[in-house]
Design a protein around this ligand. Structure first.
Ligand code: FPP
Length: 240
């Protein structure tokens, strides 16, 4: 049973295992991503129902460009399909969509659909759904360091005034009006036990839940199990 008073504010998810799911079923990898998108849709809805305020999903990493052209364009095709078919529903549900990552180089049609979604949901005050797209944790930290160095160079900031908060404020989770707390819970599916360059700074004190379930099979019931596991943990933040 979930404790309604201890629902995490921010959940981050690595949606892993679409390829293995497809292999098991003997279908193309893109069919695995399509099933993954359907699973993601349900998790977005369920996050909202549970009162989670921020959900961040790893949709495409800075390393995913190494995959075949067919697979990469398949993933972006799904992104277009998702935002176009869900936009009205997202607006109705007061969901604000944001992107963490430099998406300037994604295909034009995907960029257009995405920007329309960002624009039309930007004032929504319900669930904030962050899509990590062309995202890498080290790249994010590097960009923050460059932006801070520029401010120092311009005389707007003194090195001794740089705090952890300064760094947080220059990450994707801090810029624009995205203002997003660190995730209390990080979930990775498919039995892989690593962070893969995801939210490196923000997960310093997150609880990690790993499950063997492949992402397309990750249901709202599995999601609740992961949150229950989180609720059973004793979070001390380095204290006693
Ligand atoms: C990891 O599984 C998954 C991805 C790299 C892509 C995630 C994409 C979706 C869930 C659907 C598209 C949704 C949006 C918003 C773009 P994997 O391919 O690494 O699986 P494997 O490790 O089993 O090969």
């Amino acid at each position: 049973m979930l404790d309604k008073d201890r629902i995490p504010k921010h959940v981050a998810i690595i949606m892993d295992g679409n390829g293995r799911w497809a292999k098991q079923k003997g279908v193309p990898r893109v069919a695995g991503h399509n099933a993954g998108m359907k699973a993601m849709k349900k998790i977005v809805d369920h996050s909202d129902k549970l009162g989670i305020k921020y959900l961040t999903v790893y949709a495409f990493s800075t390393e995913n460009w190494k995959r075949s052209v067919e697979e990469v364009s398949g993933i972006f095709g799904l992104l277009v399909k998702y935002v176009n078919s869900e936009l009205q529903e997202l607006i109705r549900n007061n969901v604000k969509v944001t992107v963490f990552g430099d998406y300037s180089m994604i295909p034009e049609d995907a960029k257009r659909s995405l920007e329309k979604t960002l624009e039309q949901t930007k004032d929504n005050t319900g669930l904030q759904f962050n899509i990590a797209l062309n995202y890498g944790g080290r790249d994010e930290i590097k960009k923050a360091v460059c932006a801070i160095a520029e401010k120092v160079k311009a005389g707007e900031l003194q090195p001794e005034d740089i705090t952890e908060e300064t760094i947080s404020a220059h990450l994707y989770t801090g810029v624009h009006n995205y203002d997003c707390p660190d995730p209390e819970l990080m979930i990775r599916t498919s039995g892989e036990i690593r962070l893969s360059n995801y939210l490196l700074w923000q997960t310093a004190y997150s609880e990690f839940v790993f499950t063997d379930v492949l992402w397309p099979d990750f249901t709202p019931a599995e999601y609740e199990k992961a949150i229950e596991e989180y609720q059973s943990r004793d979070r001390r933040f380095g204290g006693r």
